[in-house]
Ligand binder design. Sequence first.
Ligand code: PEP
Ligand code: MN
Length: 362
Amino acid sequence: MDNNSEILIPSKNSVKAEPINIFGPCSAESKEQVMDTARQIAASFPYAIFRSGIWKPRTRPGMFEGVGEEGLKWLQEVKAETGLKVITEVASPIHLHQVLKAGIDMVWIGARTTVSPFSVQELAEAIKGVNIPVFVKNPVNPDLGLWMGAIERFKNAGVLELYAIHRGFHAYDSSPYRNSPRWEIVIDLKTQMPEIPVICDVSHISGTPELISSVAQKAFDLDYQGLMVETHINPEVALSDAKQQITPANLVYIYNTLQRRNVSTTNNEMLEKLIELRSRVDSVDDSLIQLLSSRKRLVEEIGKHKKEYAMTIFQLKRWEEILERQLRNGQASGLSSEFIKQLYEVIHTESIRLQHTILNSE
Ligand code: PEP
Ligand code: MN
């Protein structure tokens, strides 16, 4: 499908379905905390799904590891009193067994479980024959194959309702985020598994309330099907993820400022303008590729010289010069330093690869 045809055909997508929103605390801590949070969420979001971790996968032992099975009773009460559907994390067949016994509506698979095909397979075996929606978080590391693999294992086990949750990826330097969003990985997932709805776990990407609004807006702009936001009646005293949880009142405030976008439109004037702008973007992209190809030819020439004079490929001083020059250029042209840095890292890596091939050829 080319870029333009998707907007010309009026489809059911032009009317947005209600987002799948999952709100609630990181962890269930006490019956009061769970019930108070749920009541406030239900009052503003009667169609939300209420989340709460019962068994908490923590980085270090000795941290709060969840209230365990007792918390399932509180989720049952949330369901009975507020009518909200409830979801929790399962990391083992034993958790799954207890969750099913308690009549919990849905389960999510945590980022630390998705990394392990052994654990995922055990869960998939245990879920066979059970009709429960499964939400699969991305693995901690940026590995699309692992994420898709986990989704496939549940699909093969007969799970009919499957969702992906994007919670960001651990990175040595992921600032300003807690987990680097790497939006492009989700775009790849959507391309390869278009049938799987994607929910954005805004809280674990942001790590701080200040970023929640912009991350959530970005998710809607990228046509995500819903949001997960950790919500606590008193975040300051939360036993886990205190820094990133927000109050139900704050959630309502932020949610009301978000813009939901349409994938398509039937407004002709807007369509014509969009088509014109897209065709101009296409021709700029064509030029970009031509320029990159010219650059490649020059880099190859340099490679041949380096081979002749037995010089190293990587020369720190030259790389610093290139980067500084283009950062200055970028700044003068309104391009962000972060973008220029990332772009030039990709370009430079490719140049090194090309020269490596040349230097090591016969
Ligand atoms: C959570 O949702 O509280 C959680 C533990 O998330 P993740 O698996 O994404 O770290
Ligand atoms: Mn959490």
